[in-house]
Design a protein around this ligand. Structure first.
Ligand code: CMX
Length: 437
């Protein structure tokens, strides 16, 4: 069995060659035009970024290196027979484009365990933070504090040849992914249980199961949920805010720690990853409103609550998407999980009823281009079912997963020598004058 490093070492020169060929053959061809509306409207659908690890189709949803989520569930190695895919397998796939064997996925599990020791000062920083600081702020601070360990940054200061960047990127990437579970779990235990140092690291189990142990869980179903969760939230092509931010910051040759922390800050916005926290809050508010009046949560009451939200000038969290135009397959895979493991859960039933009525309401509202649910619409009720009820923590779990995707691409950014990202901006006056000519 070849190690991940050996596989990548073989691939790097081949992909560098393929990139040269792509540039030579297609470099001066046109990928699309940019309208003024796109310039003013957040660059929707402007094709101007390379992202190798995944591609999003508006109708079909995400493919990771060409594979849909149901395909990954069939093909990637698992911890239990017929169970959810191992995130280690997905990372191997994102990096190499190849489905790993179980032995290869296991070798990556061992590699992460071996690299998992957090620097003492990172733990100390986390334990000192106020417990009411948002968990995403804590997460970002911890990654920044850990930047003292960046091998890429140290080597760059020593003066290295650019052809060797990817070696140090590889080291930092694996170290960050290896250490993130303990950071995330420390944030959880410290914020909600006042147990900063009481961690039960278990290197006899896979990455996701160990993460579950660190959080305080010892339930095979929760392990399966973590495996699925960490796989499906990892990557969603390059234009989303967390991926794009990581890629942009990394393009300055800021090291992976600085780049991922920046990406996490983008993920912490309510229109992006924070929506998972917002969704559970919305469901809880809805439940509270009608329970207190002795009313049932059903299609009728949900419809009323949704219109109140929309008429108050707010968004329905967990619905809509900048690219997708159908139900997010990441939503569907979580729904399947719920149908299998918790079909009678009360909050799951509410989510199901919301799914029945919301596309119709949003269509009637007439604004959103996509009235269907996205990934954040479902994750909260799954976590809540297993007792992880602290909704402000949910985006941290998203971040643990997203780090895998954005770091895999960051590896290739440096291996392929992608340049500093610097699109052209214009003033509104420039646009007006441009069309006067
Ligand atoms: N509820 C109410 N209005 C919505 C809406 C929703 N769920 N989704 C979009 N709209 C509105 C937009 O606010 C916009 O209104 P204005 O014209 O007044 O500005 C209009 O519909 C058109 O928006 P769009 O082109 O359909 O959507 P965008 O590409 O601009 O935005 C997104 C995409 C995700 C930010 C938006 O759908 C949204 O705010 N959804 C709710 C928040 C959410 O679930 N975010 C998580 C996305 C997944 C993730 O990144 O984690």
């Amino acid at each position: 069995t070849s190690s991940l490093f050996e596989v990548l070492k073989e691939q790097v020169p081949l992909r560098q060659e393929a990139m040269k060929k792509l540039k030579a053959e297609h470099g001066n061809k046109v990928l699309g035009e940019v309208t003024v509306e796109q310039c003013l409207g957040g660059a929707r659908d402007v094709k101007c970024m390379l992202w190798e690890t995944s591609l999003l189709d508006a109708e079909e949803g995400i493919r990771f290196r060409g594979f849909t989520i149901p395909e990954l569930q069939k093909k990637l190695p698992t911890a239990v027979e017929g169970g959810e895919p191992l995130p280690e397998g997905l990372i191997w796939l994102l990096l190499t484009g190849e489905i790993p064997t179980k032995a290869q996925a296991d070798s990556l599990t061992a590699e992460f365990h071996a690299r998992s020791k957090l620097p003492d000062h990172v733990k100390a920083v986390l334990c000192d933070l106020p417990k009411n600081m948002h968990p995403m702020t804590q997460f970002s601070i911890a990654i920044m504090a850990m930047q003292t360990d960046s091998i890429f940054a140290h080597k760059y200061q020593e003066g290295i040849h650019k052809s060797t960047y990817w070696h140090y990127l590889y080291e930092d990437m694996l170290n960050v992914i290896a250490r993130i579970p303990e950071i995330a779990a420390t944030i959880y235990r410290n914020s909600y249980f006042d147990e900063c140092l009481d961690m039960h690291y278990d290197s006899s189990v896979d990455y996701a199961a160990n993460f579950a142990r660190l959080l305080g869980y010892n339930d095979p179903h929760f392990d399966e949920l973590m495996r699925l969760y960490l796989v499906i939230h990892s990557d969603h092509e390059g234009g989303n805010a967390s991926a794009h931010t990581t890629h942009l910051v990394g393009s300055t040759l800021a090291d992976p720690y600085l780049s991922v922390a920046a990406g996490l800050n983008a993920l912490a916005g309510p229109l992006h990853g924070l929506a998972n926290q917002e969704v559970l809050g919305w469901i809880m508010d809805l439940d509270e409103e009608f329970k207190s009046k002795g009313l049932e949560v059903n299609e009728e009451t949900i419809t009323k609550f949704a219109w109140d939200t929309l008429n108050a000038g707010k968004v329905i969290p967990g619905y809509g998407h900048a690219v997708l135009r159908k139900t997010d397959p990441r939503y569907s895979s979580q729904r399947e999980f719920a149908l299998k493991h918790m079909p009678d859960d009360r909050l799951f039933k509410i989510v199901e009823t919301i799914y029945q009525v919301m596309p119709g309401i949003l269509t009637q509202h007439g604004k959103t281009k996509n009235p269907y649910p996205n990934v954040d619409s479902h994750s909260g009720v799954l976590l809540h079912h297993y007792g992880l009820t602290q909704k402000n923590y949910y985006t941290v779990l998203f971040g643990v997963s997203r780090a895998m995707g954005v770091l895999s691409q960051l590896f290739w950014d440096r291996a392929l020598g992608l340049p500093l990202e610097r699109p052209k901006s214009v003033t509104s006056e420039w646009i007006v004058n441009h069309f006067k000519k």
